[in-house]
Design a binder for this molecule. Structure first.
Ligand SMILES: Cc1ncc(COP(=O)(O)O)c(C=O)c1O
Length: 446
């Protein structure tokens, strides 16, 4: 096979150890994508598949945007790489300025990372560094939440709450981490939007604080809407209650907005949708429309000022950063995405399409194999009835959906639906029709 043909069919599937993939099963019958445009992928058989999860929540503006392609290509011609330590490049300052116009209140200090996982590690380290700089080094405990997903590094899996991601590494997780209970009550099955009940689950933070001493807790980190475990929507009042408890005890609130950020809720960030401002916020994915890896952490000005002012002038204030922090190509993609967001009023599009999307998603309720549906904004989760072991039903269903011409993400036994914001109503119709078809194919095999 000549070199060019790897784009269609690789010479060998053996050497690439694929992430979060059933490698043996995949390599027997690979699903290779060769093209992406708008809201469609094309696989190596030439079959068109509709993208029902925006890649991995990455591509709200649709695929193959010429604006981003051109910006990245022009950037590569001009300045391909610059070391981000003690040197700079104008694009990062401009993107930070634009990002800070979307973040709530004074979360105006933007630290660029490589991805969502590195944004989470950065957020945790920022909280710890802040308290050290303030002379409150005793604040070293972090509170996360069950069913939370915060990426795959040690900090992220420690504060996260997905057992499959944690159990192999249980003996090397970060110390001093505690978990709130997750927010999905069984009485809230098939509730569209925010459930009425369950806000008292936020009081878990106070219980933990009373157990170890609130003065020892640095931060509480949650996804405003838990994305990877299938759109667990916070009960009404829950996030406000969490904010109140943090304020009462001087605990920093971190929102991990890697999925919910950049319009998924119909507002720039979930923070604005739920009217709760965290102290630190992470983001990634859609910040470049998924085209180039990039994450970011937005911190309140007082956090930045405290850390900066704790060091003498001329000294590095925060010993943290990555080789690929704010590299020119990611900044160019981010800047181009900012233009798209503005010119196409992308967040408003998501907000306008959300009721149609959710109504149609919930119309699948009649399928016997579905045990729960949840949704908010342009994100939804469908639980498939458990079969033998966790993930078996979800994966089998995912394969049938692929057969039916639909690409999405399945986590465990949950199908994650998060359409691009550029979807028209007929695209939503197609997604729902193919979900029904694929789930029916799966049911026939049972
Ligand atoms: C809420 C949240 N945080 C962090 C991450 C990790 O992001 P990445 O895969 O870019 O490292 C993800 C990824 O899905 C996420 O959903």
């Amino acid at each position: 096979m000549d070199l060019e043909n790897y784009k269609q069919i690789p010479n060998s599937l053996e050497e690439h150890w694929m992430p979060f993939t059933a490698n043996r099963d995949y390599k027997e019958n690979p699903r290779l994508m060769v093209k992406a445009e708008g809201v469609y992928y094309t696989d190596h058989h030439g079959t068109k598949l509709i993208d029902a999860s925006s890649g991995l929540f990455c591509s709200p503006a649709g695929h193959s945007r010429p604006e981003i392609r051109e910006a990245v290509s022009n950037q590569l011609e001009q300045l391909d790489y610059v070391q981000p330590f003690q040197q700079g490049y104008g694009g990062s300052f401009e993107l930070a300025r634009l990002v800070s116009q979307h973040t709530p209140e004074d979360l105006n200090k933007i630290f660029f990372t490589i991805c969502g996982s590195s944004a989470v590690e950065t957020a945790i380290k920022t909280a710890i560094a802040y308290f050290k700089a303030k002379g409150e080094g005793h604040r070293s405990h972090i509170v996360g939440r069950e069913r939370g997903y915060h990426g795959m590094n040690i900090g992220g899996i420690s504060v996260g709450g997905m057992v499959a991601n944690r159990k192999t590494f249980s003996n090397i997780l970060m110390p001093n981490v505690h978990h709130l209970r997750h927010t999905h009550l069984s009485e809230n099955k098939f509730v569209k939007g925010q459930p009425e009940t369950g806000s008292e689950l936020a009081d878990d933070l106070e219980r933990i604080a009373m157990n170890i001493g609130p003065e020892n807790i640095a931060a509480c980190i949650v996804e405003p809407v838990a994305g990877s475990t299938g759109t667990l929507v916070p009960p009404k009042g829950y996030l406000k209650r969490l904010r109140k408890i943090c304020d009462k005890y001087g605990i920093l609130l971190i929102f991990d907005e890697v999925i919910t950020g950049w319009g998924r809720t119909g507002e720039p960030f979930a923070s604005q949708a739920f009217e709760v401002t965290p102290d630190i916020m992470t983001m990634a994915k859609a910040i470049t429309n998924g085209v180039v890896p990039l994450g970011a952490v937005a911190s309140k000005e007082k956090i930045y000022d405290t850390i900066i002012e704790a060091s003498p002038s001329g000294a590095i204030e925060f010993f943290h950063g990555y080789t690929y922090s704010a590299i020119p190509v990611s900044m160019a993609a981010g800047l181009a995405m900012q233009k798209i967001i503005k010119n196409e009023n992308l967040f408003q599009r998501a907000k306008d399409m959300s009721p149609y999307f959710l109504d149609n998603l919930f119309s699948l309720k009649d399928l016997d194999i579905i045990t729960d549906i949840r949704g908010y904004g342009m994100m939804g989760g469908i639980d498939i009835r458990f079969d033998e072991r966790p993930g078996k039903a979800g994966y089998a269903c995912f394969k049938k959906l692929f057969e039916a011409g639909l690409s999405l993400k399945a986590t465990g036994d949950c199908l994650i639906v998060a359409p691009p914001f550029i979807c028209e109503k007929h695209h939503i119709d197609e997604i729902i029709e193919k979900l029904r078809k694929g789930i029916n194919l799966y049911m026939k095999d049972q």
